[in-house]
Design a protein around this ligand. Structure first.
Ligand SMILES: *Cc1c(COP(=O)(O)O)cnc(C)c1O
Ligand code: SF4
Length: 335
């Protein structure tokens, strides 16, 4: 009944009604017993939409979705090697809001806002305020792409590019589609998983009518994140001609076991999405407790190769500063 009421609401309302009170979250999940251990962060506060909470198991302190969003005291521990800007992105901006690190594609920070705050996020310390393109910077970004003919793909990212209004998003699409050399526009977004209603009819129609190939890379870490509503919306996006891929972050005790990864790939496929990347965690300050060792990741990967058809095995990669691609993890070092 409660779920039913949530799903009636449009995505903007769901976004504005996201839970930001740890107390409220614990009451909904009947986990008041956790209250005494709770840590209330002073930056990158709790943020989780109700539709995502509805996919969590009531009463389960180890719910894999809850663990991704509930602040943890271990975030305060400084661990050597875990830093605020693990990818040194602050130094790779040719223009405010634009990252040109990989030859043929640029990443555009449309907004700093996300619908959900993932505790392991490598951008949790990123200074979006000073890195967001102002309306007046749009011209400069478009000119930069024109002047770099090697760019054929633009990635709309953030934050979450689908947390802005259709009007603002369509404004970017129009400017980008007018650049003749661009073949592909990509969206990196967690919103289809967090508030599936974000894939509304207006958005899907607009993307379907683009002259560019549209690729949507969603971010889903666990099969439980894809309920029937989510799957239906993803299937609609696929029917609109959008190529759907998924990236996952490997997270200790959340999805770092074979059964969880196999179930994730199968559930994604059933919803019309192919696995793309399995990222080893970026070493961000406050995220060390989510990290697994590289050897554990490799052992897991060999088993995935055995268990899944090739098209359901994501690429195991690590992102490194100053590398022009996501670096494949060397799985042969263990076999
Ligand atoms: C991940 C990323 C891309 C896209 O990489 P693909 O391998 O094409 O998915 C582009 N630019 C930056 C800065 C990135 O981090
Ligand atoms: S949705 Fe992506 S960018 Fe936003 S907090 Fe989560 S991991 Fe970070």
């Amino acid at each position: 009944m409660i779920n039913h009421l949530i799903l009636q609401k449009n995505w903007q309302t769901q976004l504005s009604e996201a839970i930001s009170s740890i107390d409220e979250l614990l009451v909904i999940l009947k986990l008041e017993s956790l209250r005494s251990q709770i840590y209330v962060p002073t930056h990158f506060e709790l943020r989780v939409p109700r539709a995502f909470v509805a996919k969590m198991q009531v009463g389960d302190t180890n719910d894999p979705l809850l663990r991704q969003v509930l602040p943890d005291q271990r975030e305060q521990i400084a661990v050597t090697g875990y830093v605020a800007d693990p990818l040194a992105e602050n130094s790779q901006n040719p223009l405010t809001g634009l990252l040109h690190k990989y030859q043929s594609r640029v990443l555009l920070t449309v907004t700093g806002a996300c619908a959900i705050h993932c505790r392991y996020c490598f951008r949790q310390h990123f200074d979006y305020q000073s890195n967001l393109p102002k309306a007046s910077a749009q011209d400069g970004i478009i000119r930069y792409i024109h002047e770099h003919p090697e760019i054929n793909e633009v990635i709309l990212s953030g934050g979450d590019p689908l947390s802005v209004s259709n009007r603002r998003l369509f404004g970017w699409l129009e400017r980008l589609e007018a650049i003749p050399q661009l073949t592909t526009i990509r969206l990196h977004t967690r919103l289809p998983v967090v508030i599936p209603e974000r894939l509304d009819a207006e958005l899907l129609e607009r993307l379907a009518s683009s002259r560019c190939q549209i690729v949507m890379v969603i971010h889903c870490n666990h099969a439980n994140e894809i309920d029937d509503t989510t799957a239906q919306h993803l299937q609609r996006a696929r029917a609109a001609g959008i190529t759907l891929l998924n990236q996952t972050v490997l997270l200790r005790d959340i999805n770092d076991d074979v059964e969880t990864q196999v179930a994730l790939s199968q559930r994604l496929f059933a919803a019309g999405v192919l696995p793309y990347y399995l990222h080893v965690l970026d070493k961000v300050a406050g995220g060390a407790h989510f990290d697994s060792s590289e050897n554990e990741a490799i052992a897991l990967y060999w088993t995935l190769l055995e268990r899944l058809p090739g098209y359901l095995v994501p690429k195991l990669v690590r992102e490194l500063p100053n590398r022009a691609f996501k670096v494949p993890v060397d799985i042969y070092k263990l076999r």
